[in-house]
Design a protein around this ligand. Structure first.
Ligand code: UGY
Ligand code: MN
Length: 248
């Protein structure tokens, strides 16, 4: 079917909206029976990489020396560390510290959000340890006292982590209470529902399956529209001096 060149995807200096109709698949080094849709990376000026990995049953990610965070969006996976295997169901996640040998295998046809980032160490704290858990095990808290907007922090709020990954659930009609402008950048995957995302000076309709990158200080606001809650998975860099991004 011809779309006559139309798409909601948009490429701007300080933000990116990528919708499923524009996704292009590739194979990253070491991947087996697995494809990557690379959503964002250093080529766009980001300090992290985020991709969706689509596994066939038995497929596997390649290795990385960077920190890696994985979140199961669909299907099942297993993670292997020092010969110990943990199973991940939908909403299961794992954090692998830098230089940490591990395997991530899709045990069925599986879609996983993958975030990778070189670690910015601090002299004063030990680097974080391996984590395997599920979003279901995390208690949510309201953002800005709004019970209609619930946040779950999937990583501990501690100085040794140099990034955060949260889920945010908006009841229909709930919205961010302010237009945020902050030094941190975001990678966001819409998991459920939809609404309107303000990015810079544009307002975009967004829905489950979309990806958004927000660069540093990109004006941002979201309001949920529709009859079901809107939910997204959101990355942000965290806990480091702004100078950290200029160090090798
Ligand atoms: O954590 C955040 O900065 C979050 N409130 N931003 C967002 O949802 N765009
Ligand atoms: Mn924000």
């Amino acid at each position: 079917m011809h779309n006559l060149g139309q798409t909601r995807s948009s490429h701007q200096r300080n933000h990116l909206l990528l919708t499923a109709d524009t996704f292009v698949r590739t194979t990253l080094p070491g991947m087996k029976a697995c494809a990557a849709i690379v959503h964002i990376g250093p080529a766009m000026g980001a300090q992290f990489t985020e991709y969706t990995a689509e596994f066939e049953a038995g497929g596997e990610l390649g290795s990385t020396v960077a920190q890696r965070f994985v979140f199961v969006m669909e299907g099942r996976a297993s993670v292997e560390v020092n010969g110990k295997v943990s199973d991940l169901s939908p909403r299961g996640y794992a954090y692998f510290p830098q230089d940490f040998p591990h395997r991530v295998v899709g045990t069925s046809k599986t879609r996983i959000a993958v975030i990778e980032k070189p670690y910015h160490a601090l002299d004063s704290v030990e680097p974080p340890k391996f984590i395997v858990s599920s979003e279901d095990a995390i208690t949510s808290h309201p953002l800005d006292d709004d019970p209609g907007l619930q946040v779950k922090c999937l990583l501990p709020d501690e100085m040794n982590f140099d990034f955060a990954v949260n889920t945010m659930v908006y009841q229909p009609g709930a919205a961010l209470s302010m237009v945020e402008m902050h030094v941190m950048e975001h990678g966001l995957i819409m998991l459920e529902g939809g609404g309107i995302y303000r990015l810079g000076d544009s307002w975009y309709p967004v829905t489950a399956g979309d990806f958004i990158w927000m660069g540093p200080w990109c004006p941002q606001w979201f309001g949920a529209i529709g009859k079901v809650p809107a939910k997204y998975l959101i990355y942000k860099d965290f806990h480091r001096h702004p100078w950290a991004s200029q160090q090798p």
